[in-house]
Structures are given as C-alpha cells and as structure tokens.
Design a binder for this molecule. Structure first.
Ligand code: PLP
Length: 383
C-alpha cells in the first residue's frame, strides 16, 4: 500500500505564481486592471475566441452569459443532469427554469438526440457541458439551436485543452462559452472563470454585467488616464476577477501545454490498465474527431456485480491512501431540485451513473508510479 495519501486532484503552483502574485500585491493595483486585461487577451487567443471577459467564477460567468442574452423569468434552458449544481443554479439565478435531458450512457455527455423533445415555446437556450473534458457532439446541437432559434451557451468548465473537429473548445462558441479556473480544473486562478465569445456586443454586455451593470470598471475610473464618473446602465452582479488572480492565470497559461501532456499520459495509463477489469466501465470514445482535455478520469462501478456500493469502494480506496471524487450525483437526485419534478424514468442513463460514477486521481504532478498505485488498488478492490 502507498505510504502517502494521493488526492484525486491537486493544483500545480510553483514559485513563478508566487512571484507574480507578490509583484501585483506590491504594485499599488490589486483588483481588476491591466494584468486581468492581459490574461483575458491571452486566454481568448489560446482558445481562438475574439473576446474574453474574466469573472470571479464560472458559475457567475454562466449566469452573466444568460443575462447578456436576455434569458430571464418565464424562459427555459435545456441542460444536462450530469453536471455540478453550478450549471443549473446559474440558470435558476436568472429567473429561468432548467430543463434536463438525459446523457449518453457511455460518455455521460448530453445526448443530442434527446434535445428536440424537450423544446417548448418557452425554450431560449441550450447549455451543454463538455463532461470531464470530452467535447459534446456540437454539430447536431448547433443545428438544433439554429433551427429553433435558440442560443447555445457552452459550459466549458471541464474543457480547457479540449478540441472538437480540429478547433479548440471556446473557438466560435454559438455565441458564448464559459470556462472555470477553480483549483481542481486544468489550470487555476484559485477561483475564477472566463466568458469567451466572438461577438463584441455580447463581450461588452458581459463586461458591464460582471460589475453591477456599471458603464466602466474601476481601472477605467481610477487610473491616471481614467475619469471617476460612471452610470449604472443595465442589470448586473459583482463578479470581477482580480489582478492577483489573473497574475496566477498568466503563469498557469505558460505551463498549460505541459499540464495537458501529463494529464493525457496518466489517462492513457488508466485506459490501458483498467480496460480488463470486470467490475468497471471505463469512458467511451466518440467517433467524431476530438481532443479530450482530460479534466477528469471517471469510471463507473458495476455495484451489483461487485456486491459493494460506490461509497464502500471509495472507503476501501481511501484506506489504501487513494483519494476519489464523485462527478456527479445527478442534479435530479439532490433534494434542492425536487420541486422541478424530474424523474429517473425520464433520465435513465444519468440516474444509473449517479450512484456508480467515481473519479480517480488525475493531475499533472502525478507520476506513473502514482497512477499504477491507483490501478493496483482498483484491481484489488474490484476483483
Ligand atoms: C460542469 C461545471 N460547470 C460549472 C462549474 C462552476 O465552476 P466555478 O467553481 O468556477 O464556479 C463547475 C465547477 O466545478 C463545473 O464542474
């Protein structure tokens, strides 16, 4: 058994991030300003989007994205049950109602063939999640969105480094995509997120809405070249990213291709070493061309065959010093969302996965030996 505990995720922070934060701390400007502007430009360039509007979290970013599109009370937004609460909460915060459609059993991504049946005259947007870093099949979803005149807001929280048919996730979103920089994500700003779009009008609206609906942010008001007057011109929330966080983000961007390479190598070890294990289902691979961002590596436990619940397996692994995560208990299984009346019969694949899916350790600083410890522990527990 391994001697030290292996967490399921750990951010990679080095002296570079520490120095960058120190520099900003001592610069006299620590909230949203020039460093954030640079970070937004560099991130947007990386994913091939014309504009990036940073925010304090992807949750806030998803809410702002919907608000900028005019989604609000009385509207419905179609999304997936295999996601973090943030996705549905962002919809609820706008006053709109989330509508769930089931996922594909092998990828846990939103099933495009289920979307049209959920469209009503109140539907305004579709919000898919690129689950675990595997891009959803965007072409059929874009086609449905365009035929029904719906907005597509991509929840790209897991999709840093992912690509669909040769283009990075985040390039040409239709019209908005939102990434997360939470510490468990592929790169981090401690907390934070970014909205990306090719449309200047939407980028401007998001920028105003992330700061109370103010006509200009603090940097434009208080810097030497700025003017302190402002007007509240639209609804908004307070969700700006600080220069302290953006300084971390700029350093993380320099390391991102290395992070992605390591994640991919660890995932390949799991792919080849876990495939023969009978009590497990490993993630399926779609036929369309894509790059998996490997944010998470999930497995599905055949709990009936194993004679153990997921929680029992997780406890056994913990005793062996292997950390795990649950991504996710399906949205409709949480008490808070009972009022929406979603049922297991309508969402069979998500309902099956909800009590069986488990994420195993995946982060750039893991060694091959760490990954093999996970493999050996799983073989021992699941044999
Ligand atoms: C699919 C998904 N969407 C949105 C979010 C929200 O991200 P944040 O923590 O940056 O608000 C998360 C966070 O885990 C997520 O997994």
């Amino acid at each position: 058994m391994r001697e030290s505990f292996l967490p399921f995720s750990r951010p990679s922070i080095g002296e570079e991030e520490v120095s960058a934060v120190r520099e900003v701390l001592l610069s006299g400007w620590i909230t949203t300003g020039p460093v954030t502007q640079r970070f937004e430009e560099e991130f947007a360039r990386l994913v091939g989007a014309a504009h990036g509007v940073s925010v304090s979290s992807a949750t806030a970013g998803l809410q702002i994205a919907l608000m900028a599109l005019g989604v609000g009370p009385g509207d419905q937004v179609i999304t997936t049950p295999m996601t973090f609460a943030a996705t549905v909460n962002a919809i609820i915060y706008t006053g709109a109602t989330p509508v769930l459609v089931d996922v594909e059993g092998d990828t846990l991504n939103m099933d495009p063939s289920k979307i049209e049946g959920a469209i009503t005259d109140r539907t305004r947007a579709i919000m898919p999640v690129h689950f675990a870093g595997l891009p959803v099949d965007l072409d059929p979803i874009r086609e449905i969105a365009s035929r029904h005149r719906l907005h597509l807001v991509e929840d790209c929280a897991h999709a840093i480094g992912s690509a669909y048919k040769g283009r990075p996730i985040g390039s040409s979103p239709s019209p908005l995509g939102v990434f997360s920089f939470h510490p468990a994500k592929n790169m981090t700003t401690a907390e934070g997120g970014i909205i990306v779009t090719d449309r200047e009008d939407l980028a401007d609206a998001c920028r105003v809405m992330r700061q109370h609906g103010m006509s200009k942010g603090a940097w434009k008001r208080f810097a030497q070249s700025g003017r302190p007057d402002y007007e509240i011109v639209s609804p908004g929330i307070k969700a700006n990213l600080t220069d302290l966080q953006s300084a971390i983000g700029l350093e993380q961007l320099k390391k991102l291709s290395h992070f992605q390479e390591r994640r991919s190598q660890i995932a390949q070890i799991y792919d080849s070493e876990l495939r023969g294990l009978k009590g497990l289902i490993t993630p399926g691979t779609p036929r369309y061309p894509h790059v998996h961002g490997h944010h998470l590596y999930w497995v599905m436990l055949k709990t009936e065959e194993l004679g153990m619940s997921r929680e029992e397996v997780m406890a056994r692994l913990k005793e062996m010093n292997i950390g795990t995560g649950v991504h996710y208990k399906a949205v409709h299984h949480h008490v808070r969302y009972r009022e929406f009346g979603w049922s297991d019969q309508d969402l069979p694949n998500a309902s099956y996965a909800s009590s069986r899916v488990m994420s195993i350790p995946l982060f750039p600083e893991m060694t091959r030996e760490d990954a093999m410890d996970v493999v050996r522990a799983l073989w021992e527990v699941c044999r």
